[in-house]
Design a protein around this ligand. Sequence first.
Ligand code: GLU
Length: 419
Amino acid sequence: MKLWKSPFFDNALNQFLSTAEVMNLDPNIVERLRQPARALVVSVPVRMDDGGVRSYCGFRVQHSDTLGPCKGGIRYHPDVTLGDAAALAMLMTWKCALMGLPLGGAKGGLQVDPTMLSRAELQRATRRFTIELINMIGPDRDIPAPDLGVNEQVMAWIMDTYSKQVGATRPGVVTGKPITVGGSLYRHEATGRGVVFAVQKAAAVTGMSLGEGTTFALQGFGNVGAIAAKAMAELGCRCIAVTTSRGGVLDRNGFKLESLYACYKEHGCLTPEVTGGDSITNKDLLALDCDVLILAAQANQITGENASQVQCRILAEGANGPVTREADPVLVDKGIFVIPDILANAGGVTVSYFEWVQDLQHFFWDMDEIELRLKKMLSRTFDETLALARKYAVSLRTAALMKGIGRVAQAMLLRGLYP
Ligand code: GLU
C-alpha cells in the first residue's frame, strides 16, 4: 500500500473504508476496491526548444473498470504524485457510479508545470506521454479528459497521436476536445455550470433564495471557477471574493466579473490594483462570511485546523477532495450544507460521457438536448442522494459515496471474480 502513499490517497481511502463500514460492505469487495486495479509509471523525454532533453515523470492509474471503460482526467502539475492520481482515480470510480454512467474510474498525471513550457514543448510532451500510455488507453479501455493544468488543445493532441498510431481517426479516445474535432457542446461549461446547478438544489433544500443579496466567494479561477462565477452572477448573486494560487481580491460590494476575467487574462493573477477592492489570501477567503463558498482549486484546503473558521452557509466542492476527513464533521456540526465533490462537480464527467457517446455514434446533439439531459441526471442524483442521507441520518458526502460504492459492489458481485 506504500506505493500509493500521499495525504490525498489516505484521505480517499479512509473515506472509502468508513463508508464501507456504514454500509456493512462485503469485506472481499473492500479488499479489492481499497487499491487501484492497475497503474503505469512512465518517463516522458521531451526535446526542449533549446535542443536539450528533459524527462518528466508521468502516470495513469485505473482504479476500476467494473462498470465500463475507465474514465478520468489527466493533470499537469509539478507536484502531482502517483498517490494523488490513485486517490483521484478512486473518486472517479465513485463519481461515475453515483451518476449511473457505464464507466469506471481512472486518473493520470504528468509532473510538469505547463506554464513553463512553450506551445511546441507542451505538444511534444503530450504526444510522447500519449505514446507511453498507448496500450492502456482507448475508446473502449480508458478515456482521458482534462483536469488541472490541461486544456482542450492538449486533448486534441492526444486524440491525434492515438489516431495516428491506430491508423484511423478515433475521437472517442478522449473527451473535452475542441468542438471541431469531435468535442461536445457544453463540455467546457459543464463542470462549472453543474456546480451552480447543485448550489441551486442545495439552496432550495435549505430555504436560501439565490439572487440579489446572496454573496459568494470563490477559490480557483480556472475553467471550473470562472464558469461557476458566471453562472452565479447570472442568478443575480454577488461575487465578493476570488482567489487563485497567488492570492486574490475582496470587495464586499461585489465585483463586476468582466474586470476579474480581464485582469486574470492579462496578468495570470488577480490584484486589487487592477480589479479594485482589497487583496485577500487563500486562507482568509476560506473564513469569509458569505452565503456560498465554491472551492474550485486544489485538494486539502479545509482541514481539521481551519474548518471551525468556515462561515458560509453552502459549500460546493468544484475541486476534487478540497475538504479533508477531519474537517467534514466540523462543517456538518456548524450546519454548513456541504455539496461533496463527486456530486458537485459531476457535471464534467457526465457531459464527457455524452461526448464519448456522440463520438462513438458520429452523431452530435444540440445544446438544448445536452443541457436538458445533464440537468435531469444531476437533479435526479441530487434528490436520490439527499433521500439516502436523510434515511440513514448521514452526511450528503457519505450518502453519495454509499450510492456510488454500492453500485460498483453490486456489479462486482454479479460479474464474479475471475478466474
Ligand atoms: N477531471 C474531471 C473530473 O475530475 C473530468 C473527468 C472526465 O471528464 O473524464 O471529474
